[in-house]
Structure formats: C-alpha cells, structure tokens
Design a protein around this ligand. Structure first.
Ligand SMILES: [Zn+2]
Length: 457
C-alpha cells in the first residue's frame, strides 16, 4: 500500500466513524455535517421545481413528480421503494386568468386574479356583474338572497398581521376561500372574488382549494391579489355601481389514477415498527411548489440518504412518503391509512414537513406527560443549531389520520414569518429556498428520528 492510499483510507476512517460505535452526540454531528456539505437534496429540489412546476394532483406534472421521486429513491439502493395507487381529482388551471374592475367614475383597471382549485371556468365571455363586498360568510348570510342574487361576491377579510402565528392568521381567514364560493352560490351569486391569503401587499394572486356542496350550484371563483383587493374595496366605497369582470378557462375532469411514493430503510430490531417522514408532492400552479411542499418531500428523501451514507442502522423501519393530493381532497392520506390498516402496519411515529423549508426552529409533538418530557430532553442536541422550539401539539393534514393508532405525531416547524409570502402563488419558486436552511431542516429531522428510535421515545 503506498502512502497516499494509506492516508486516504485513514482519513476515511477518521471522517466516517461507524454510527453504531459513535456516541449519539457524534452521530447527530455527523448528520448535520453531511447534510450541510452535500448538494444532493438541493439539486433534487431544483429538478422537481424546474421540471414538474404546477403539479396539481391529477395533472401530467404530478405524474412526472411521482416518477422522479420514485427514481431518486430507487437509485439510493434502499430496502424498498413502492407506489400506493390512489384515485385523485383532476382539475386543470387552463391558460386564461383575467380580472378587471369596471367603474364609471374611475375607469377600468386590470387586476391579477387566479382561479381557485376545483372552480369551474367562466366560459369565453367571462362573468361581469355588480359586486358586493363582505368580510365573512356570516355577513353574506345577513345580506341574504335579495342583495346577493345576480352579483359577484367579494370576500375581503385580510389575514391579521397582529397575530403571533402566521398559521393562526391563515386559519382564521381561510374559510372565505374554502367555503365562501359555495355559500355565495346558495344566495344566487354569479361568481366569487376572494382576497388572497397572504400577509404581503403584493400583485400576485394566492390561490388554493374551494369546496362546493355536492348537490349545490357551482359558480366560478378566483383569488385577487391583496393590492387588487385594496383598490377594489376603495373604489367600491365611492362607486357602488362598480362592476367586476373576470374570465377563466379552468376545468374539472374525471378522477384519475395517481400515487403516494414510498421508500424505506428496514429496521434491524423492530422491522415491523414504522417511523414515517413525509411531505406532499402535489402543489398549486402557477408556482413551482418549492416551499409548499416540494421541499418537505425532498427533506424526507434526504433523511433516508443521510441514514444510508452515514451507515446508521435504525432499529425501526424508516419510511419516507411523498403524499399525493394534500391540496384538494387528501386522498393520498386517506389511502395511506387504509393501506396501513389492511397491512396491519404498526406506526411508531410520524413526522410531517409541510410548513415551508425556511430556517428550522423546532418541533411540535402530540405527546404528553413523561413521554413529552423525554422528548423535550432531546432539545440539547439541537440547540447548537438554534433549534429549540420544542412544544406540545403535533400533526399535519397527511399524517393526522394516524392519530387513531395512537402514533406519536410530530410537526416539523421552520420559521413561518415569510411562508405566506410564497404560499399557493407564483412566488413559490426554487429560488426562495436557501441550501443551508433546507439542509438544517433535513438534518434536524434525521437527527430527531435517529434519537427517537435510539432511545425508544
Ligand atoms: Zn402544503
């Protein structure tokens, strides 16, 4: 053996101590080191964003995302990669999204709009009607049929910037989008315009799903940018005869087959016990779905890669899941739990990353008492990286159904102050993701999973 080869081997031994012989401290450090110095996850996210942008469930872009993430995990040579087939709604945004305020006093002004998911299109000529502004579904109900019939309803309830938590602000305002159009249709409205759910004052509409009553009327609905909403409201104050005109060519198609994508590293001691880490693969066009939730999917895959390259042999099976159709009907999550019941799977813990991939701050846990106290003890491993927000309360749209098994549910919590600047809009691009923030998150999730498995928490 020449000196150079010997030196390389020696360096390799020193750099990569076997995970089984290392202290938990050393293993966590090696996870962070590997994550922060590798480009793989970041480049995988770039590919996903640039090649499957606008991957609404049921579309060809979503199918391409299923295939890409399946291939990435196949190439990692892990224990098992498989698809869980699922039937999903199929809605296409189309190519026409046009909105205009028409005022006899102020003239005409084009404003940015975007169709709400599941909305029917308007037809070629669009919808043009008088417009009535409300702040809530309650206010709409007090107006009643007499003041709503034949008009466009404008829901204009801003997210509250004074609330401490941006998700709370979103949660309090979101019903105008999810339930507003169905309520307005009941009172004979011709269409609905909803203020974008973002704290930013911008010119980009933020879309999202709306839900119609099964046998009720289905009227076209769009989101309007926050700046557009402010102007519309201001003009309405002095011109009550103002009209709104919008045109969309979005469309609902019959359900189509898609899939959850699953990859696993088998456990060495309790292979039947599963720790699931997941995000959702579907996203809203016209963005790239980087923060919501391509980043969460790529972090889940990255956890498997970190275990694999560092030679960490988990006692339990570690499973990464790319859930399909979180945004419309959560059919992927429903199929996931159906599958789990059919196969008598034991879900030890499940973690969801679906709050963006900005800088990590901590985790929420669906535990209490002694178990919660033991989980809080893990904080010391994360504090050097500024990750110390360990709180009670964990879950997510995709892992939530596992609650009925008594599974420990964990929310991955990044800094969410800017999340709604991107959420469900064209702003949600790969360029908003910072390599270091993404990978601090991947490493934090991998480390938490490693420690929970190691200490049987
Ligand atoms: Zn999401």
């Amino acid at each position: 053996m020449n000196k150079l080869v010997f030196t390389i081997i020696l360096v390799a031994i020193i750099s990569f101590p076997s995970a089984t012989q290392s202290s938990p401290d050393q293993v966590v450090k090696s996870i962070f080191n590997e994550a922060l110095t590798s480009n793989e996850a970041y480049e995988n996210l770039r590919f996903l964003c640039k090649n499957t942008a606008g991957r609404i469930a049921g579309t060809s872009e979503a199918a391409a995302a299923v295939e890409f993430t399946r291939q990435v995990m196949e190439e990692m040579n892990i224990s098992r990669v498989f698809l869980q087939k699922v039937s999903v709604p199929h809605w296409e945004r189309g190519t026409v999204e046009f909105g205009k305020i028409v005022s006899s006093q102020f003239g005409e002004l084009e404003v940015p709009v975007s169709a709400l998911g599941a909305s029917p299109g308007t037809g070629k000529n669009g919808v043009i009607s008088d417009i009535v502004e409300v702040k809530s579904i309650g206010e709409l109900e007090t107006l009643g049929m007499e003041k709503v019939k034949g008009k466009i309803v404008f829901f204009n309830c801003p997210m509250d910037p004074a609330l401490e938590n941006t998700f709370s602000a979103y949660g309090r305002a979101v019903s105008q989008r999810t339930a507003g159009p169905a309520a307005a249709a009941k009172y004979g409205a011709t269409g609905v315009v909803v203020r974008s759910l973002t704290l930013a004052h911008d010119d980009v509409p933020h879309t999202g799903v709306t839900r119609y009553n099964e046998n009720g009327p289905c009227i076209p609905a769009v989101a309007i940018s926050t700046n557009g909403a402010d102007t519309l409201s201001l003009w309405l104050e002095s011109d009550t005869g103002l009209k709104f005109h919008f045109t969309t060519d979005c469309r609902n198609y019959p359900e189509t087959e898609s899939a959850n994508v699953v990859g696993e590293i088998k456990g060495t001691v309790f292979p039947d016990e599963i720790i699931t880490i997941g995000g959702h693969l579907d996203a809203w066009g016209p963005g790239e779905g980087a923060q919501d939730d391509g980043g969460g999917c790529i972090q889940s895959i990255e956890v498997l890669r970190l275990f694999k390259v560092l030679g960490i042999k988990p006692k339990r099976t570690i499973r990464a899941v790319m859930f399909m159709d979180e945004e419309m009907t959560q059919s992927g999550a429903i199929e996931y739990i159906r599958w789990a019941e059919e196969h008598n799977e034991k879900h030890y813990a499940a973690l969801e990353s679906d709050r963006g991939v900005l800088s990590p701050v901590g985790f929420g846990f669906s535990a209490e008492g002694e178990r919660l106290g033991n989980l809080y003890e893990l904080k010391k491993y994360f504090e050097p990286y500024g990750i110390h927000w360990f709180k009670q309360g964990g879950g997510g749209a995709d892992i939530g159904p596992l609650r009925k098994f008594g599974t420990l549910l964990i929310s991955y919590i990044p800094d969410t102050q800017r999340y709604f600047d991107y959420h469900h809009s064209a702003n949600d691009s790969f360029e908003t993701v910072n390599h270091r923030e993404l990978q601090l998150g991947s490493a934090a999730i991998a480390s938490l999973v490693y420690l929970i498995d190691l200490y049987d928490l």
